[in-house]
Design a protein around this ligand. Sequence first.
Ligand code: PEP
Ligand code: MN
Length: 339
Amino acid sequence: MIIVLKPGISRKQESFVLAEIRRRGYRPHVMRGVARIVIGAVGDERTHASLESLVTEFPAAVESVTPVQKRHQLVSREAHPASSTVTVRHQVIGGKKFQVMAGPCSVESEKQLLTTAVAVKAAGATILRGGAFKPRTSPYEFQGLGEKGLKLLAQARRETGLPVITELLSENHAGLVAEYTDIIQIGARNSQNFQLLIAAAKTGRPVLLKRGLSMKIEEWLLAGEYILAHNNSNLMFCERGIRTFETYTRNTLDLATIPIIKQESHCPIVIDPSQGAGRAELVAAMCKGAVAMGADALLIEVHPNPAKAWSDGAQQVSLERFATLMADLRPFIQAAGRE
Ligand code: PEP
Ligand code: MN
C-alpha cells in the first residue's frame, strides 16, 4: 500500500499514522519528499487489515491510500506465467487447436438439437452448446426444457461424440447439470452470483464464465477467482458483449478483452459473438476479428431455422451460414498460428 500524507502535518500526526500501520500488520517505509511524506506499507494486503480506512480515520493527516497488490491472485498470470489449458473429454481449450463451441441458444426438441449437432460437427465445430435452463428477461418467455434438455444434450453427445456445454442457472441444479454436461456455463446475468460460482466450482466440471452486462474487467477476474479459490482450476473467461449507449447491436462486443485477459490471466478466453452482436449477419466478421486477436475459442449460436427459434432468433446463424463461416475462418485460424 502507498500512503500519501497531507502537506505540513506535524511529527505527532505522522507517528500516529505510522503506529496504526504497524498495528495492522505492515512495515512502514517513510519517504520524505520536498512537500509531502509518502509511506510504503509492506505486507500482504490479502491477509492484513485494510489500510484504506486511514483516509477517513485520519482525515487531517492522510491524503490517499493506494493498493499495489492485485486483488485477483490465482487467475493472474503473475501466479501462473504459462497459459493454462482446459481439457474437456478429448478436446483441449487454450492449446494449439482453435476450438469452436456451436449449437442452439436453447435446446427445443430432439430433432432440432440432433440436426444441429450433426451439422455443426460436419462443419468443424468441436463442442456442442445448448441451453436447457434459460435466463430470460421476461417470465413469460421460454424458460428451457430443464432436465429433458440436459438428457437431449447427453443423447447428442452419444450420437456425435461432441462434448457439451450448458448453462447452470441455480445452485439447486448444480449436481443435476454437472451430471450431464462437460462444461458449466455461467451466464452474464449470474456472473457475480458468488454462491452460484462456488457451487459450479465444487462440481469439479470446467467452468465458462461469461462477462456480466456491466461488469468491469477487474470484477470479472475476481469472479473467476472464486472458481480457482474453490479448487477448480478449469476456468475459461467468455466475453459476450457489454451494455453501452449503442443500440444498433444488442451488446457491444469488447474484443479488447482478448489481449487484456491474455495479459492479466493464464486462463483461456472465449468469444461469444452471438450475444455480442445480436444479429446473425454480423457474427462471421466478429468471429474473424476474435480469431485474429488471439481468442482461444468461439461460442456460436446455430439453429436449423433461426426464424422459428424459441429464443434469440435474430442472432442465431443457420446451418448453411455456419458451414460457410467455418470455411471462411480457416485462413484466419492458420494466420493466428492455430490449428
Ligand atoms: C446464452 O448463451 O444463450 C446466454 C443466455 O448467454 P448470456 O448469459 O451471455 O446472455
Ligand atoms: Mn442465447
